[in-house]
Structure formats: structure tokens, C-alpha cells
Write a protein that binds this ligand. Structure first.
Ligand SMILES: Cc1cc2nc3c(=O)[nH]c(=O)nc-3n(C[C@H](O)[C@H](O)[C@H](O)COP(=O)(O)OP(=O)(O)OC[C@H]3O[C@@H](n4cnc5c(N)ncnc54)[C@H](O)[C@@H]3O)c2cc1C
Length: 178
């Protein structure tokens, strides 16, 4: 079985009138070990407004559901330290917690995973049927397995294997894929 690894995760999104941090020359990206948000990114739409910062909550599901108010206020204080006082006063704050969604997260997903699991399945499954079965899932991607980027990476590999010549690239043979 290949773990999907993110089903127990949650994100906090802070929404502002505009992405004010850009005027200060800040990207909106941050990695932090001081506060609940372990990884923050600019989540503003391409149109530029409103502004939005999202952060992964590095807190186990049971803890983050115990006191939402404290979680939000600690997160906003952290955003303030990272991006200035204005970050502490969003128009709106939203928490998206997949651990509470039965269609997404199982009991096993409630355990907190800090590390990205390795897709150990890759080597063994790739060689079944002598490379004639193609797997387009992110978990099979050699570089970014388990991420959206991995889904794109693997989709391109499979498309190239199926349509290589029409894409102007050389397809791998089933033996090379196995
Ligand atoms: C809660 C959560 C949050 C995440 N957050 C991020 C993030 O912030 N950044 C990031 O990079 N990655 C994130 N990921 C990981 C990312 O979403 C996945 O790696 C990516 O979506 C995998 O893409 P995929 O195309 O391989 O598979 P999927 O997106 O799972 O697509 C597979 C599709 O196949 C369909 N399907 C399954 N069985 C059948 C069948 N028998 N017949 C027809 N269709 C079928 C499914 O319905 C599904 O639509 C997150 C994952 C989860 C669960």
C-alpha cells in the first residue's frame, strides 16, 4: 500500500484586502519552527486581489481541534512576526482540516506525519507485466512523488511513453520502463 501522506493535514488561510507583503518585497513564503504554521505560501489569486497567505498547521489533528481559537490567534501572531503587523488582522481566516473529512482521512491518517513517506512501491510495481502497464499516479513520480508536481511529472512521463513520437520525443520501450 502506498501512503497518500497528506490526508490528516490541515491548512489555515488568512485573507486580506490585498497581498500587502509584496509591497515590502516579501514573497509570502516561509518555513518556520516558531508557531503552529510550519510552511507558509502566498495563496493570492492570479488576479492579485484579495491577498491570501496559507500555512500548513504542524499540530496533530487532536490538538488542533481541541482549541481552534488559540490555534488561530497563535497562527496570526506568527504571520505578524513573519510579514509585519498587518498580517495579524486578516479580513477572514479559514481552517481547512482534512483529518475531519471521512471521505479523505481514515483513522490511520490521524497519526501525525512530519515526514514525507517514501513511495517504496515504485520499483516493484513498475516492472509488472514487463512494463506494459503504465501508472500515472503522483506516487510513481521519481522526483516529486506525493505532490501535485509529482502528478504532473508522472502524467508527462506516461504521455511521453504513449505518445512519444507525436510529442517529438522518443518513447521508452516496455523493457526500459520495467
Ligand atoms: C488533503 C490533501 C492535501 C494535499 N495538499 C497538497 C498540497 O498542498 N501540495 C501538493 O503538492 N500536494 C498536496 N496533496 C497531494 C496531491 O493532492 C496528490 O499528490 C495529487 O493530487 C495526486 O494526483 P494523482 O493524479 O496522482 O491522483 P489523484 O489526484 O488522486 O487522481 C486520481 C483520480 O482517479 C480517480 N479514480 C480512482 N479510481 C478510479 C477508477 N477505478 N476509475 C476511474 N477513476 C478513478 C479518482 O477519483 C481521482 O480523481 C494533498 C493531498 C491531500 C489528500
Amino acid at each position: 500500500m502506498t501512503p497518500t501522506w497528506m490526508a490528516g493535514q490541515a491548512k489555515l488561510v488568512a485573507i486580506y484586502d490585498a497581498p500587502f507583503w509584496r509591497q515590502d518585497g516579501l514573497s509570502g513564503d516561509a518555513m518556520s519552527q516558531s508557531g503552529p504554521l510550519v510552511e507558509v505560501h502566498d495563496a493570492s489569486p492570479a488576479a492579485g486581489r484579495p491577498g491570501a497567505l496559507f500555512g500548513f498547521l504542524g499540530v496533530p489533528a487532536s490538538v488542533r481541534n481541541a482549541n481552534r481559537e488559540a490555534l488561530v490567534s497563535a497562527s496570526l501572531a506568527q504571520l505578524g512576526r513573519l510579514f509585519g503587523n498587518r498580517a495579524e488582522e486578516p479580513v477572514k481566516t479559514v481552517i481547512k482540516d482534512w483529518a475531519t473529512e471521512p471521505e479523505t482521512a481514515t483513522d490511520a491518517d490521524q497519526a501525525f506525519a512530519m515526514e514525507h513517506p517514501s513511495a517504496e512501491i515504485t520499483g516493484s510495481i513498475q516492472s509488472i507485466w514487463h512494463g506494459k502497464v503504465l501508472f500515472g499516479a503522483s506516487e510513481m513520480a521519481p522526483q516529486f512523488g506525493g505532490y501535485m508536481e509529482g502528478a504532473l511529472e508522472q502524467a508527462e512521463r506516461v504521455a511521453q511513453d504513449l505518445l512519444g513520437d507525436t510529442m517529438g520525443k522518443t518513447s521508452r520501450t516496455p523493457q526500459e520502463r520495467a
